[in-house]
Each structure stands twice: as C-alpha cells, then as structure tokens.
Design a protein around this ligand. Structure first.
Ligand code: BES
Ligand code: ZN
Length: 641
C-alpha cells in the first residue's frame, strides 16, 4: 500500500480551520497530546483529505480529457488501442505525469511537442500493488499538454467481465461489461483514478459488427456497424467510466428515458421501470434540473455484482430487480438520485463516501415518499435501519462506523457498508427535522447547484452547512451533535426511529405465530408487499425444523422468484440449518452474482455448522460465472474465516 502522502502546510491549515470553524476549535476530549503543535498535527492527520488510493500526482498536474480509441477483442478478452490524455499543470514547473494503471500492457508512450508532433516519451511502470496496481510515471517535459499511450488490458482485468455466449441469456453472442467503481477504471485505461479529478471523455470502440456498444456518454446513434463513438461533455470522475457490449436491444419509456437489455427481459424491464420518468420529475422538482441529457437504464446479465451502478446517462442494473411488481424499484430511484448526489457533487476521497451514498439514500427515500407515499418510504427506512444496526454491531473496529472514515482504511470496499448509506441518510433526516423540511430542501437544492461538477470533502459540506443553514438557525443544532454524527462511531440517540404501522402488524402476527397462538397459514399475508415479507423474515429468531417446514409449506419460500425475499429466507435457513432449502440455495448461488446477496450467503455458510465445505464446493463451480470483483471478495471472505 502506498505511504500516506502529506499535504502542503497551507492545505493542512485550511482543512483544520474548516473543522475549527464549525466545532469552535478543539474539544479537550479529542486531544491526545498537550502541545498546540502536536494537536494541529493530530487534527491535520484526522482531516487530511488526499486520496491515498491513487498514485496520481494530481496536486501537481491534472488530466482534463481522455480520448479512447479501442478494439474490443472478444477472442482475446482484451481492449486494445490508444488512450490520449489532455492535462494541465497545477504547479507550473511540473514535468512528470503519474497515472494509475493495473494489469495494463503499456506498448508505447508519446507526448505532443510544441508543434503538435508526437515524440516518444520516457516512462516507467512502478512496482505492482495488488489493489492499487502500478504507477505509470511519464516524463512530459515542461510544455507538452497531451500524452498518448498505446496499451492493452489484461483478460483478468478486475473492472471487466467478459462473458462467453453460454453465459448470456441469448447464448449466441459474447457480452462485455465494466465496473469501474472504486479502483477499477485503472484496469480499463491508464488515467488518474481518483474521484478528486474530473475529466471529460470521448471514445471510439470497434466491436464485432452484430453487437451494440454503449458507454456512460452520448452515443453517435449510428447504425449497428461495429464502430461506435461517444462523447461525455460534462466532467466526471474516473469511477463513472463505463462500457458495455453485447446483443442488446432497446425499448423507449419516453423521449429521453429508455431501457437496454437482452431481448428475453426487455419488455419486462420496461414495464418494471415504467415509473422512471416520474422519479426524474420528482427528483428535479426537489433538487433542480437533471443535467445529463438522456437517462437510460441497462439490465445486465445476472453476474453484475451490484444492485445498480450510477454510470452517467446509463445506469447499470441487476436483473434481480425485475420482480414483476415494481417492489424493488427504489434501486432505480437510488441510481437516478446519484445524477445529483455523486455524479454532480462527488466525494473527493473514498473516506467521504457517505457524501455520495448517504445523500443518495436520502434523496432516493424522498423520491419514494413523493411517488408512493409515506408508508412505503418509512418501511424502506426501517429496513435500512435494521441493516445498519447489523453492520454497526459487526464492525471490525468502531472507527469504521463513523461517517468520516479514518485516514487508515485499507481499501475503499470498507467505505461502502450501511454506515455510508443508512447512517448518512439518517443524518440528513436528522438535519431535515431540525431545520425544517422547507429550509432543508432549499438548502440541498442550492448545495447541488453550488458544488455542481466538483469533488468535495465532508469538511466542505460542513462548512457550507454552517454558512448557509446553521448561521441562520443557530439554535437548531449544537456543535456536539454535529460532531457526534460525523466524527464519532455508532448511531446517535437523536436518530429517527421510523415507525411503520404495517411492520407493527407484521411483528404482532409473527409473535402470535411464534407463541403458537396461530398457525402459519393463519398469518394474513395477502396484502403483504416484499417489504413486509423482508421485515417478517429478517426479524425471525432461530426456529425449530418443524417451524421452518411450516413456513415453507404455507408460503413456498424455498425457490421464491423475488430475489430479495429468497435471500432473506436463505439467510434464516442457513442460521437454522434447514436442509430442504439447500437445493434452491445452490441454484440461487449458481445463477445470481449480486454481491449484496452472495457475500453474506457465503459468509453465513462459512460460519455455520458443516456449511463451509458445502459453500466452497458450490463456489468452486459458480466462480467462473461470477464477476472478478465478486470472485475476489468471496475468496477473501473464505480466507478470513
Ligand atoms: N455506487 C453504488 C455501487 C457501488 C458501490 C459500486 C461501491 C462499487 C463500489 C450504487 O449506487 C449502489 O449504491 N448500489 C446499491 C443500491 C442500493 C443501495 C439501492 C446496490 O448495489 O445494492
Ligand atoms: Zn449508490
């Protein structure tokens, strides 16, 4: 892992004073040392915001534009071609450009001289770190503004999944999709792979002629001819670079929103996501106009390791959302919400991931409330809170339950627990409650506008909150409360406790059944949505074998088609060692690659009696179908147990 880089003295003082501005200087309880100098250093260390997951020297020289010209070679499983990067000097005498790369074969590097002629440039590829890859250090001299790199990716690139035809639904054509967040853009192209840097991009992709290529950008809209060009005119962080190539069809939802998918699931996807235009309206009404032109969704193959990914103009979605009843479309609201929180205003460091995910979970929930009413929004808050409490209880160390994560997180993966999502959401709900909904809505709308197309830190947010909201309502909130929410572990007592009448009813019936007062068949589930089922299943204690059987017989839970319900049920059956579910659990693990489900299923199996060997066997057979990210995460999980 790269050594922690220290900031310039001026930057250090700035981040310390932003902190002091709101918190009124140091709190004695935080101070481990007595001398003022040592204390400044300690606070500076705590608030240092340089991204340590990049080799890029972005404080000295910054890439501003990326052009990709690539052949998509399915036979070799590589992208092969040229990346041309425009850059500008932050320090006028900077003459070295350091880029991130991981598993890239660098063939040649040249820079444009004063006359615009390409001349070979000296470069070195540093030692390889398993997560960060290698620094690509290029001598760019003192006048060049462009560098050109001929390269190819590796068939093992963690950010790319190459599916052979057998692993697609259509079975006739191969498929490729990327996943750049958090550290994998550097496995696709050499670049400054940090959310602190924003770039515009253009690209030309050559593919087999029968396949369609898409990117997180404007498309040329030309015919299916094996050559596609793209333009992303708004500056984006590298983790939003995205590619997908396959036998993909399109169905419009309105004039600027539509769905891409393999044919088998196209109509069902368009139906499931038909409310997306309403979500956009709701989001825009609350937080200002959608700024990215089109908004399309693509439903990927089941190995996609996330629920959704907010690639600009083209959110990537798991097919496990297609439940037939729109019960899981909060994920669409979530990815769309990132068009404001995340894509427009981005965390400049993964320690501040809550600025992306917490804000997005908050906005998602506001949109769900606006469209479907408070009951559904409150149920989703309550389900989130159950997950958050589990993650807080299971945290490896308390600092990982702070919104502002400590400087020594080992990998950005650590930044994406329910703490960033749900604690972040509940913090904003708390602020909303204290300042009043109207004031807070106006504040957030202006926040997105003020920081649009910038990458910021938690301290930037706090300073803005202080200046724009707190000074006008100084009594609404104390410094100690703010400090507790942002810089302290756990969940503050001031967090809302969402009360769902529907869930109370579910709990009451669950209690009656557990006491033996009613039979499972007597539980009135006819009106239950997926949410009520999830609450019922997630809150079950360990049952007797007869009780599992009774539930399973009454409600056919084993093998259920709703992936969320199936997951919740299998977590319970693993805990209780209910063997009749194992066959369908195996089918689930063999066919679904969504990390949220499979990491925890494998984790629970590895801890259960006799489960580890069974799970390792299933994994050995399922593995080749999983995304490289999921393969790594599950292997690491087995090693840790
Ligand atoms: N940006 C995330 C997915 C992600 C996180 C990818 C970290 C790589 C590293 C996306 O917006 C997300 O949060 N997806 C959730 C959706 C949910 C919270 C509604 C998911 O995948 O489950
Ligand atoms: Zn998200």
């Amino acid at each position: 892992m790269q050594k922690f880089k220290t900031k310039s003295a001026k930057a250090l003082l700035l981040s310390v004073s932003a902190f002091a501005l709101v918190f009124g200087g140091c709190n004695a309880a935080d101070t481990k040392t007595d001398t003022p100098k040592a204390h400044v250093e300690e606070m500076a260390q705590k608030t240092a915001n340089h991204d340590k997951f990049t080799f890029a020297n972005y404080d000295e020289i910054r890439v501003t534009h990326l052009d990709l010209n690539l052949d998509v070679k399915f036979d070799e499983k590589v992208l092969d071609g040229i990346a041309t990067l425009d850059f500008k000097r932050v320090l006028q005498d900077a003459n070295v450009l350091v880029l991130d790369s991981r598993d890239l074969l660098i063939k040649a590097v040249s820079v444009a001289d004063k006359n615009g002629e390409w001349v070979p440039a000296a470069y070195t590829l540093g030692e390889s770190d398993p997560a960060l890859g290698s620094a690509l250090t290029i001598q760019v001299g003192d006048s060049a503004k462009k560098v050109r790199i001929a390269y190819r990716t590796s068939p093992e690139a963690e950010g790319l999944q190459w599916l052979p035809p057998e692993q697609t639904a259509g079975k006739k054509h191969p498929y490729l999709f990327s996943q750049a967040q958090a550290l994998n853009a550097r496995t696709m192209a050499p670049l400054q792979d940090t959310p602190a840097v924003r770039i515009t991009y253009t690209a030309t992709l050559r593919t087999p002629p029968e396949l369609l290529a898409l990117m997180s950008a404007e498309q040329d809209g030309g015919p299916l001819d094996g050559e596609y060009s793209f333009n992303m005119p708004q500056p984006i962080p590298s983790y939003l670079l995205a590619i997908v190539v396959g036998d993909i069809k399109f169905k419009a939802i309105n004039d600027h929103i539509g769905v891409y998918a393999e044919q088998y699931i196209l109509d069902a996807s368009a139906a499931e996501f038909e409310d997306t235009p309403l979500m956009e309206d709701s989001n825009a009404k609350l937080y200002g106009p959608y700024r990215w032109g089109r908004y399309d969704l693509i439903v990927l193959p089941p190995s996609f390791p996330f629920g959704g990914m907010e690639n600009p103009r083209l959110s990537f979605m798991t097919p496990t959302l297609i439940a037939g009843d729109k019960s899981l479309t909060n994920v669409v609201a979530h990815e769309l919400a990132h068009s404001w929180s995340g894509n427009l205003v981005t965390n400049s460091n993964w320690r501040d991931a809550w600025l992306n995910e917490g804000f997005t979970s908050y906005v998602e929930n506001r949109v769900m409330e606006d469209l479907y009413g408070e009951d559904r929004a409150v149920m989703e808050q309550a389900l989130g809170l159950e997950d958050l409490k589990r993650d807080i209880a299971g945290a490896e160390r308390p600092e990982l339950t702070q919104l502002k994560l400590p400087a020594d997180i080992a990998h950005p993966d650590e930044a994406f627990s329910q703490v960033a999502y749900v604690k972040g959401q509940f913090f904003l709900m708390f602020l909303e409650e204290r300042f009043g909904r109207d004031n807070f809505d106006a504040f957030l709308k202006e926040y997105f506008n003020h920081f649009a197309f910038q990458s910021i830190t938690t301290e930037d947010f706090i300073t803005y909150l202080h200046d724009e909201l707190h000074v006008k309502n100084p009594k609404a909130l104390t410094k100690a409360e703010l400090h507790e929410w942002v810089y302290m572990p756990g969940l503050p007592k001031s967090a809302k406790n969402p009360q769902s009448d529907a869930f109370k009813n579910v709990s009451a019936q669950q209690a009656d059944w557990l006491k033996g007062d009613i039979a499972a068949k007597g539980i009135k589930t006819a009106d239950w949505s997926t949410h009520e089922w999830l609450h019922f299943l997630n809150t079950l204690p360990e049952l007797s074998q007869a009780q599992y059987k009774e539930l399973d017989t009454a409600f056919s839970l084993t093998g259920t088609q709703n992936a969320e319900t199936a997951f919740a049920w299998y977590m319970q059956t693993i805990k209780g060692g209910y063997a009749p579910a194992m066959g369908e659990l195996e089918n689930f693990l063999m066919s679904v690659g969504r990390g949220k489900f499979i990491y925890r299923l494998y984790g629970a199996l590895a801890e259960s009696k006799d489960g580890k060997v069974w799970a390792q066997d299933v994994f050995s057979r399922a593995k080749s179908g999983y995304h490289p990210i999921a393969q790594r995460r599950i292997s690491e999980g087995f090693e840790a147990k």
